[in-house]
Write a protein that binds this ligand. Structure first.
Ligand SMILES: [Zn+2]
Length: 572
């Protein structure tokens, strides 16, 4: 027995007596206060006790944080605005690695990790063992199901577990975990290593597909969806602006000279791929239109019904990635009316999906988390005309400069085996034969690269393996993105507003804010509304979700629990 009571305990005693007193009063007039409240101490937000039945993890592919602020006044009440007003909104979340591309972002989403640990160092990389470029999800040991146009794929190359994996471990697989997206990597990587399934779009045949990694055959509900909901119904669909022209004044004119889409730059866009009946070109065009987001959401609803997600006491996880925003953004750029319009239409798609989930599962029993896999640079010609600098560096220019310098200094030979994602892979036989000193060759290579106009930084394998260098801000990003068996010997970072390649449009992959700054928003059971401007990153999502679900975080998590956003009062 303690001699002294803490302030809190004294307070509790007072509350107890007050409760008894009030109950006596109430009992005089009603039947009230049937249960004793003696041992019930307030433990914080009541929402915490609501059972979570469904976690909906949403990624919008290529979605900068500023799309939420630029267009907020044009959103409806129950889409983005529901999350912005009633959720926990992190306004300063940035990726902490490079390259900021789709596969890395999606692998990070539900692992809370970084490429240095989950091993997904790009959408593709050079595989030294086989001497070829591999993609983040290509897998020759599995077969495609439900189509024929896509590569067979699985999460085999990803290292470590995800929230879904940990969730299923806690209850012997009674929780269901699914990943859905038009893009294979965006469906597969967030769902993790042992989910119930992942589904993506076959743009040759216009069906949702999966692979034998997950099951021997597509489940019935997915087959039925493919049969009854062909995307062909969108053939010839007219994509026009959702709102009157005045709403688009904050974006560049529709016929801006910076847009160079091969399929036309101005509204209305007629979605037919230039074909007279639905075929591969139409399906690809369809993927670059907001209609394919509607279609993805329709498939997600079929999955919720088919797999009975959110129906029992074991929480289920559905990860859903919207790919069309990325394709539209690449063609038209972040300041185009097309990007504005698809953002507004995504808002409507989300609103519809949220109300569906409210009816089916109840939003009070659902956690929604929303982020993006990366942002995007303005179209370089636009940046340059505004005086921000920038431009395009032809893909070969940097590799050629390195090759020339190394040959001159150490002797002839084809020094470079591959150049992918700003990574330069040397031919070690040539390095051994002509120099014998890998570090010396690495340094000479970086010196050569840094002389190319538009190159901002260069890191060597040796540097990155010895840890980030405090004199180079981005060495941390490069080290976080470096996985020794898969990354190159040099990692090159361009100056702001520069892109590699001469293809029209724009892209992403750098450590600059326009590529790293994305939304991180939690909404739902146990999460009070709030806006937080302190630094955070998408790597914080998985540990936070794990905390909310009371499960062990994924194996490689480096993020933190976003404690400021959730009730953390500790039971005495
Ligand atoms: Zn992209």
């Amino acid at each position: 027995m303690k001699l002294f009571k803490s302030d809190e305990e004294v307070g509790t005693d007072l509350r107890r007596w007050l409760t008894i007193f009030l109950c006596l009063q109430i009992t005089l007039f009603t039947s009230g206060c049937g249960r004793t409240t003696y041992d019930q101490r307030p433990v914080g937000n009541e929402n915490r006790s609501r059972p979570v039945r469904l976690v909906l993890g949403i990624v919008i592919d290529q979605f900068r944080y500023d799309y939420l602020t630029r267009f907020e006044d044009l959103f409806g009440a129950r889409g983005f605005r529901l999350l912005l007003r009633e959720g926990a909104v992190f306004t300063n979340a940035n990726y902490v690695y490079l390259p900021t591309v789709t596969a890395c972002g999606h692998a990070t989403f539900m692992s809370g990790s970084i490429p240095a640990l989950h091993g997904i160092v790009g959408n593709e990389w050079f595989d030294r063992e086989t001497g070829r470029i591999v993609t983040s999800i290509s897998d020759d040991n599995v077969k495609l199901l439900g189509g024929q146009g896509e590569e067979p794929a699985s999460p085999s190359r990803m290292i470590g577990s995800t929230v879904g994996d940990q969730l299923r471990l806690t209850n012997n697989g009674r929780s269901k975990v699914l990943g859905i997206s038009l893009k294979d990597r965006a469906a597969i990587l967030p769902a993790g290593k042992h989910p119930n399934g992942a589904y993506w779009f076959d743009s040759t045949y216009g069906t949702f597909v999966s692979s034998t990694y997950y099951f021997p055959d597509l489940p019935g509900w997915a087959k039925e969806f493919n049969q009854n909901n062909r995307p062909d119904k969108y053939f010839g669909a007219r994509w026009d602006r959702l709102l009157p022209a005045a709403a688009y004044e904050r974006s560049l004119p529709d016929d801006s000279p910076y847009e160079r889409s091969p399929r036309g730059n101005t509204f209305p866009h007629i979605i037919n791929g230039g074909e007279s009946k639905p075929g591969k070109l139409f399906y690809e065009h369809f993927e670059e239109s907001p209609f394919s987001n509607e279609y993805t959401a329709a498939f997600a609803k079929a999955a919720i019904e088919g797999e009975k997600l959110g129906e029992d006491e074991y929480p289920d996880l559905l990860t859903l990635s919207f790919s069309a925003n990325d394709k539209v953004g690449h063609s038209f750029g972040p300041y185009s009316q097309e990007v504005e319009d698809i953002t507004l239409r995504t808002d409507r798609v989300l609103s519809d999906l949220f109300s569906y989930i409210d009816q089916k599962v109840g939003l009070a029993n659902t956690i929604i988390v929303l982020t993006a896999d990366h942002g995007v640079a303005p179209i370089p010609e636009y940046s340059r005309d505004l005086g921000l600098g920038g431009g395009r560096i032809e893909g070969k220019t940097i590799a050629d400069a390195i090759q020339t310098v190394l040959s001159k200094r150490f002797g002839t030979g084809i020094w470079i085996r591959a150049a992918v994602n700003g990574n330069i892979y040397f031919d070690y036989d040539v390095v051994e034969r002509q120099s014998g000193n890998r570090q010396e060759v690495e340094r000479a290579g970086c010196e050569a690269a840094l002389k190319v106009q538009g190159v901002g930084d260069c890191f060597t394998r040796t540097q990155l393996l010895s840890g980030p260098d405090s004199s180079h801000w981005f060495s941390r990003h490069a080290a976080n993105g470096f996985y020794a068996q898969r990354s190159g010997d040099l990692v090159i970072v361009l100056k702001p507003f520069y892109l590699q390649g001469t293809e029209a449009g724009t892209s992403h992959s750098t450590p600059y804010g326009y590529d790293t700054h994305v939304p991180v928003i939690f909404y739902g059971a146990g999460i009070p509304a709030g806006t937080y401007s302190n630094p955070s990153s998408p790597s914080d999502i998985a540990p936070t979700l794990s905390f909310l679900l009371k499960i062990e975080p994924p194996s490689n998590t480096i993020g933190r629990v976003l404690t400021e956003a959730i009730e953390t009062k500790i039971r005495p």
